[in-house]
Design a protein around this ligand. Structure first.
Ligand code: C2E
Ligand code: MG
Ligand code: MG
Ligand code: MG
Length: 285
């Protein structure tokens, strides 16, 4: 039972835990070990461009292949990493691996842009830009190969500082996206000032829009607003064909979700893309 209790405690992280507690230190040690021991895995989830049904982008989603606990999803360690500040190391691992994968894909004639999730903590780090640059250079990758996703809450944390950082990242050549839009605390006034290219609608609106007319109306309104602000609008949480069809009718630009493709180990993306192209050619014939 000692072992069981320990496992349960690690997985259901309790933010009230004292930062210096044995449990926190032990999980922090395990996360450090995860990076050193190559236990982190970069999964990629395809993003579909609706205008021509092309997959030209994918989102990087991290998983932890734990030697005892198996594949651990990010909700079970990202909040902890954010709480302890370890997230910055983790972000840099993800950026490095995303740049490596982007270069590998290009060598195979594939050039999807890879989206990477940043945390509030990353935006507050003065050395962020230099460390991103170093990671890209290591793999001969360019900022334009990546899109950086930032949630509304990460911006709300310190809007002025976040804005400054985002302008610098934009000038560096990164594509920028607001993730989980509509679920956080960004005011529309703040949104207008952000140098972003993409608005990613929260799943809250998308997942049930085939059954809930109000949700569909909200998605339609957000698509129009995004377009008026010259932003590309992406819907995530596309779980079935009915949702995809509605998004097309509403003029949404891109879609991501289980119906299109689940997150997969990065190495599997080329064969997934090949199978998809083959299927399309069979369907045309
Ligand atoms: P997110 O960035 O909003 O990513 C979308 C989440 O929705 C992913 O969960 C994805 O697997 C899931 N998803 C995709 N399609 C569908 C669908 O059709 N239906 C449903 N119900 N879910 C779908 P995941 O991979 O568990 O990641 C959860 C969150 O953890 C992410 O939300 C992101 O906030 C965070 N996260 C993941 N990887 C990283 C990372 O490398 N760095 C940071 N800072 N956060 C990360
Ligand atoms: Mg995201
Ligand atoms: Mg999201
Ligand atoms: Mg989310």
């Amino acid at each position: 039972t000692e072992c069981k209790r320990r496992t349960a405690g690690m997985l259901a992280y309790d933010p009230s835990i004292d930062a210096g507690s044995a449990q926190t230190l032990s999980l922090l040690g395990e996360l450090r070990q995860a990076i050193r021991g190559q236990e982190l895995r970069l999964y990629l989830q395809p993003k579909l461009r609706l205008a021509d049904d092309q997959v030209l982008a994918a989102e990087a989603l991290v998983r932890w292949q734990h030697p005892q606990r198996g594949l651990v999803p990010p909700v079970q360690f990202i909040p902890f990493a954010e709480e302890t500040g370890f997230i910055h190391e983790l972000t840099l691992w993800v950026v490095d691996e995303a740049a490596r994968q982007a270069a590998l894909l290009r060598a195979q004639g594939l050039a999807p842009r890879i989206s990477v999730n940043l945390s509030a903590h990353d935006l507050m780090k003065p050395e962020l830009q230099q460390r991103l640059r170093t990671a890209l250079q290591r793999h001969g990758a360019e900022p334009g190969w990546l899109c950086l996703e930032i949630t509304e809450s990460a911006i709300a944390h310190d809007p002025q500082r976040a804005l400054q950082t985002l302008h610098a990242l934009k000038a560096e050549g990164f594509r920028l996206s607001i993730d989980d839009f509509g679920a956080g605390q960004t005011s529309l006034a703040q949104l207008i000032d952000l140098p972003v290219d993409e608005l990613k609608l929260d799943m809250l609106f998308v997942r049930t829009m085939d059954q809930d007319a109000d949700k569909a109306s909200m998605v339609g309104a957000l698509v129009r607003m995004g377009h008026d602000l010259r932003l590309s609008v992406v819907a995530e949480g596309v779980e079935n064909a009915a949702i995809l069809q509605r998004l097309r009718a509403l003029g949404c630009d891109e879609a991501q979700g289980w119906h299109i493709g689940k997150p997969m180990p990065a190495e599997e993306l080329p064969s997934w893309l090949q199978a998809r192209a083959l299927l399309a050619s069979v369907q045309r014939a």
